[in-house]
Design a protein around this ligand. Structure first.
Ligand SMILES: NC(=O)c1ccc[n+]([C@@H]2O[C@H](COP(=O)([O-])OP(=O)(O)OC[C@H]3O[C@@H](n4cnc5c(N)ncnc54)[C@H](O)[C@@H]3O)[C@@H](O)[C@H]2O)c1
Length: 244
């Protein structure tokens, strides 16, 4: 099985890459921070640069994937950015657009180009990385919430479009997971521990999801055993239910 993961250098991306590799998959691990040329990392992982906002990059990546391994069986659209703690009325339009470029356009481009390559074989699975903030509003993260809400509808429209070709498209919605991205949310008086404790207090299980919990959810949705599941989004957040 050949799997492409975007945002692979980050906290969740690296756990997803490791989880697929542990299952015996060949993983094309991509990130904007990687060098242009493909680099092998052990037997099952190849690392290569991809800027998810750049359509030419996507075409070059898919060409390279087909040449080396064949069409991808699985794409995980995981790359994302989040700049928190900006008052709604102070949000610069460039920053708003950057969130949409990476989080929404990047997901759309990944779905588009994966579906084109998977369609001739009549199978494939795509997992998009939404967020709890795809469905919950956080006024100080308006650009992130809006761009992650778009990920859900892109998941559903892509699932409808690709279903007739045997391709499934689903999303996971992680709650807060202690990665570099989450720690960027600290308020002035916060430590890592106080931020985590505050967030844990909102979850039914009294704990946050780990990067490995998210990776397991991605593997579940991508697995052939989930053949009847498409167009859904799966929250993985320790039971973070507003009003519960
Ligand atoms: N950590 C959390 O609490 C949390 C919660 C919900 C959703 N998410 C989502 O999970 C995904 C991964 O988050 P993370 O916590 O691992 O963040 P992270 O910041 O650790 O990793 C994000 C990765 O995306 C890469 N990236 C950024 N812009 C890119 C671009 N244009 N092209 C390609 N790669 C790019 C970065 O280089 C980085 O390696 C994101 O989509 C994020 O929104 C994270």
């Amino acid at each position: 099985m050949t799997v492409i993961v975007t945002g692979a250098a980050g906290g969740l991306g690296s756990a997803i890459v490791e989880a697929f590799a542990a299952e015996g998959a060949r993983v094309l691990a991509t990130d904007i921070s990687y060098p242009d040329a493909s680099e092998a990392d052990g037997e099952s992982i190849v690392r290569r640069r991809l800027d998810v906002t750049d359509e030419h990059d996507w075409i070059a990546l898919m060409d390279a994937c087909e040449e080396e391994f064949g069409a991808p069986d699985v794409l995980v659209n995981n790359a994302g950015i989040y700049r928190p703690n900006i008052a709604f009325e102070d949000m610069p339009i460039d920053l708003w657009r950057r969130h949409f470029a990476v989080n929404s356009d990047g997901t759309f481009l990944g779905c588009k180009h994966a579906i084109r390559r998977m369609k001739p074989r009549g199978r494939g699975a795509i997992v998009n990385m939404g967020s709890g903030m795809s469905i919950k509003s956080n006024p100080s993260g308006a650009a992130y919430c809006g761009s992650k809400a778009a990920v859900l509808m892109t998941t559903r429209t892509a699932a409808g479009a690709a279903g007739p070709y045997g391709i499934r498209v689903n999303a996971v919605l992680p709650g807060a997971v202690p990665t570099a991205m989450l720690m960027g949310n600290k308020l002035e008086d916060d430590t890592d521990a106080s931020l985590v404790a505050r967030l844990e207090a909102h979850s039914a299980l009294g704990r946050l999801a780990t990067a490995e919990d998210i990776a397991r959810g991605v593997l579940f949705l991508a697995a052939p055993e989930s053949a009847a599941i498409t167009g859904v989004y799966l929250p993985i957040d320790g039971g973070n239910m507003p009003g519960a």
